[in-house]
Design a protein. Structure first.
Length: 911
RNA sequence: GGACCUUUAGCUCAGUUGGUUAGAGCGUUUCGUUGACAUCGAAAAGGUCACUGGUUCGAGUCCAGUAAGGUCCA
């Protein structure tokens, strides 16, 4: 076996093991009857995406779950893939074309799509490559893309089915229009942002009574040419007698518009009068419908004003038009005032520009299975972690609106609808849409395509990703489903994602699963996943969301180069508590790297300490232990190993990953390295204690590597082999991890009965060591090893000290530690094992020594007062549980004894 | 306007059903390279647990309210 190097160099180790895992097909998800499946489908990153810190966190957690599942003996399968990301990808390619001074229209639909496919072939796999660097153990042979032929077929099949089931309709309604992308958006793709703008007070003059005006407030004067009425509340006394009269439109082609009464007008807002512009506001549109008002659309798809806005405004951009409109109103004396105004404006999520409410023909989906989707989460068939997100989810479902699923893009799944040639698409009625002689809806298309024209629109990207948990495994093709094991792996076990896509994706997947999977079966069999773990959002030091545009996100690949993939994984998991946003700190990643180095060196120490024994299995190591030779340190470290194993078991079951990592960190660094390895150094000197000490190190290291492997897979695999825990050609994941009770049971089988008092004994030894060091540090003696200590103590305590003397001398850095009755004038410290004196009587400064003891005494006095107060409280004594009462009494006794000792020491000081 | 989250050491955060003297990492100060590790070791300083009130023998923890910051929905 090669000697372990002095420091851990991740680069080669990571490269080597990832290649080995791939060639061994270690990540392949296999249908294995008799084994429980454990399935995760990756939240497919956009093909345009590059790895961000969010991806690192998200995918590290998925990999941890998958690797832990493999270690637990489950048939684990992690399915990777990418999302075609309609708008995002089309935008990227269009931006490229713009550099060549071209638009997609210069190419035409077909040629443009070829360009996008070229782009995706060339650059679309980057993020999956990056995930490999991170160590992601995805079953790469199953990699899916939402535009793959098979997947596309599933998407279109679902459209046809939902159309046939009456869930899909075409309607001319108000949509959120993005003038930059020039497509409709769903409500979820609109981000409300507070904007400090201007509100314009505009007056309209009565045509029948010149000189009489009605005043309204608007933030959008450029839409005044689209006004078709002024609305007031019917019970508003200010406008008694006004309803039915007409006013002159303040801007645009000359027109008289009526004053109407509508209950929905808010009397409290402004003057209580509202201008009605049905083409450019959702509320206005509804009022317009109620009053059968015309619709005058003054905007083009690209956000420019059109001829209906009048010659002064036509051709202007909407924002320039707003300024111009204000000027024109002013000239005409119609502008009463401009006021600063803060309001919320909807922005396009992708293009980051204000959206326009726009009346267009679109395809809509009435969500299926809404009630069942609520029940699935409410009744606990699907568990959210943290649970509180279920409230957000349920609230959204309570208020759910139909989903606008059509997009005016080219990159996407083209809607499988054909219109009979010669029909005017804009004039189709509901009956026409459902008339197969006029509108054809099918997967295959019409038999006589020459007589039909296909719908231009494509589907919203999310209308493909909502099928991800089953369309990725061959659905709906029976043969493919069988080959890919859909029936075995579905429902998937856990979904790991961010709470920001709870509506976009999580809720919709639940509805899709319930609608399409295993019709007629129970709800547990139809849901797409059993657990949803919501990660926090990674923020920068200032608390801002990390984003490409802000440039505040470190490149994870740089971090991998600097700290290793394992260091990055360990660091990011350790700072990601359940459901809380994360403020990124690079030094935590550094501490992940340091932990790896610590682990490496502890294993190196084991290797240097003696010959390797039989490490081939847990049982082989256990049989090397001689329980009779155990001292309290051996008992204590094994107990801590068990309690840590139990804690990690619990953390994985409850999705508390940072707690798991912290438990392992504390156990390994503090309990094992700082204490057990240090005491080993003297145990290894004796032929009598050495074999058991080595076996215990092997036991702890073996089990710790198994517990750590899901978090830091590369280094644990490497050390596993370096220390001979696995046969050549096997992997650490070929071994099954035992939970705490199984490990305890195995130990019992080998005659190991752990002494529960050992932990307390070790704690008292640690205290003695720590206080002896402090005593030395106080007297600037940290480096010397030639000090002598004296201890005044009882027989029992001395027995403990004597039994561990060699270790104690080494740990305290002393040549001797002798028992004696009384030492005068030496610096001393009170411990549970007795009063420890530093043999330095001649060099001591009594004044400083007094100060030190007095300070400790003062602190102790406060604690005694507190304990006494509690115990003298009648209510406490009569109502507190006996164990608590007993604890308090013992505490007081100990504190008083310590006080007496300190007082004695103080008195004994000369001067 | 509605809902949710956060507020604990200089910084970032733990603190499980209320119960000894509230913890960790980083940072700071002092000391230390003796054969696992300086990517390290030892010691130390540092907190009226945002505020007010309540429940309780006992509150960082439970309840109500206030303040500040954040997120989502309208």
């Amino acid at each position: 076996m090669a000697e372990i190097t002095k420091s851990y160099e991740p680069r080669d180790v990571e490269k080597k093991w990832y290649a080995e895992w791939l060639s061994a097909h270690a990540f392949a998800g296999k249908v294995t009857p008799g084994k429980d499946p454990y399935t995760i489908v990756i939240p497919p990153p956009n093909v345009t995406g590059v790895l961000t810190m969010g991806h690192v966190l998200n995918n590290t957690i998925q990999d941890m779950l998958i690797r832990r599942a493999r270690l637990e003996g489950k048939s684990a399968m992690w399915l990777p893939g990418t999302d075609h990301a309609g708008i995002a990808t089309q935008t990227v390619v269009e931006r490229q074309l713009r550099k060549e001074k071209k638009t997609r229209h210069d190419f035409g639909r077909e040629k443009f799509l070829e360009k996008v496919w070229e782009w995706r072939t060339e650059k679309g796999g980057i993020i999956l490559e990056q995930l490999r660097r991170l160590g992601a153990s995805c079953d790469w042979d199953r990699t899916q893309f939402t535009m793959d032929a098979h997947y596309s077929k599933a998407v279109l099949d679902v459209f046809v089915k939902l159309f046939d089931r009456g869930h899909i309709y075409r309607g001319k309604r108000m949509v959120n229009w993005c003038p930059v992308s020039q497509t409709a958006l769903s409500d979820e793709e609109v981000i409300m942002k507070p904007v400090n703008g201007t509100i314009y007070r505009v007056r309209y003059e009565r045509t029948d009574a010149p000189g009489l005006f009605v005043e309204v407030k608007t933030t959008r004067p450029e839409t005044i040419p689209g006004d078709v009425a002024i609305a007031v509340h019917p019970a508003d006394p200010r406008y008694e007698g006004w309803v039915g009269k007409k006013v002159r439109r303040a801007l645009g082609p000359d027109a008289e518009i009526p004053i109407i009464a509508d209950e929905s007008v808010d009397k409290e807002f402004g003057t209580g009068a509202l201008k009605i512009t049905p083409a450019h506001d959702k509320v206005d549109f509804e009022i317009g419908v109620r009053h059968k008002l015309p619709v005058i659309d003054v905007l083009e798809a690209d956000g420019k004003l059109n001829a209906l806005a009048g010659p002064d405004l036509a051709g202007m951009d909407r924002f320039a038009g707003r300024k111009k409109a204000a000027e024109l109103l002013k000239e005409r004396g119609a502008l009463v005032a401009e006021e600063a105004y803060a309001n919320n404006v909807g922005y396009s999520e992708r293009a980051d520009v204000p959206i326009e409410p726009r009346l267009t023909w679109q395809w809509w989906l009435k969500y299926p299975r809404i009630e069942e989707a609520k029940a699935a989460v409410r009744d606990g068939h699907i568990k959210f972690h943290p649970e509180r997100w279920s409230k957000v989810y349920l609230h959204w479902l309570e208020n759910i609106q139909d989903w606008c699923i059509s997009r005016q893009l080219w990159w996407g799944h083209r809607i499988p609808v054909w219109y009979r040639k010669g029909l005017d698409k804009e004039k189709l009625t509901e009956a026409d849409i459902n008339d197969p002689t006029k509108v054809h809806v099918s997967l295959a298309g019409p038999a006589d395509p020459e007589n039909w024209v296909q719908e231009d629109d494509v589907l919203d990207t999310w209308a493909s990703s909502w099928l991800w948990p089953f369309a990725t495994m061959g659905w709906p093709d029976e043969d493919k489903m069988k080959a890919q094991g859909l029936d075995y792996f579905y429902p998937t076990t856990t979904l790991v994602t961010g709470p920001d896509i709870i509506f976009f994706w999580v809720a919709r997947m639940i509805m899709a699963g319930l609608e399409f999977m295993r019709p007629g079966d129970s709800i547990e069999r139809r849901i797409p996943f059993k657990h949803v773990y919501f990660t926090g959002i990674i923020r920068d030091q200032q608390g801002r969301k990390m984003s490409k545009s802000l440039g505040n996100s470190p490149d994870p690949l740089d971090l991998i180069d600097t700290y290793g993939a394992d260091g990055l994984r360990f660091g990011i998991v350790s700072i990601a508590p359940q459901g809380q946003d994360i403020r990124f700190q690079e030094d935590r990643i550094e501490s992940g790297k340091n932990f790896c180095n610590k682990l490496w060196n502890a294993c190196r120490f084991r290797q240097m300490s003696g010959e390797a024994g039989d490490n081939s299995s847990l049982s082989a190591i256990l049989s090397r232990l001689v329980p009779d030779k155990f001292d309290s340190d051996d008992h204590a470290i094994l107990q801590r190993l068990l309690s840590t194993t139990r804690e990690v078991d619990r953390c994985f079951a409850e999705f508390e990953f940072s707690a798991a990592v912290q438990a392992l960190y504390g156990f390994f660094w503090n309990d094992f390295c700082d204490w057990y390895v240090e005491v080993s150094k003297s145990k290894l000197q004796s032929a009598e204690t050495k074999p058991t000490c080595l076996a215990i190190q092997d036991l702890v290291l073996r089990q710790t590597l198994l517990l750590l492997h899901p978090v830091i897979p590369f280094i644990t695999e490497e050390l596993w082999h370096q220390l001979g825990y696995g046969a050549p050609g096997t992997s650490i994941e070929d071994v099954q991890i035992d939970n705490a009770s199984k490990v305890a049971h195995a130990a019992n089988v080998h005659g190991i009965v752990l002494d529960t008092a050992a932990a307390a004994a070790v704690e008292s030894l640690k205290e003695l060591v720590s206080k002896s060091r402090a005593l030395k540090a106080d007297h600037n003696l940290a480096s010397r090893r030639d000090v002598k200590f004296f201890l005044t103590t009882g027989d029992r305590e001395w027995q403990t000290v004597e039994g561990n003397l060699a270790k104690l001398l080494r740990m305290c850095g002393a040549t001797s530690l002798e028992r004696c009755d009384k030492v005068d004038g030496a610096p001393a410290v009170v411990t549970t094992l007795g009063t420890l004196y530093l043999d330095l009587a001649s060099t001591v400064d009594p004044v400083a020594e007094k100060a030190r003891l007095t300070k400790e005494l003062d602190q102790l006095a406060k604690h005694i007062a507190g304990t006494e107060a509690r115990l003298s409280n009648e209510a406490f004594v009569s109502k507190a549980p006996p164990a608590v009462l007993e604890g308090a009494r013992k505490q007081l006794a100990d504190q008083k004894a310590k006080r007496a000792e300190l007082e004695r020491l103080l008195k004994s000081l000369v001067g």
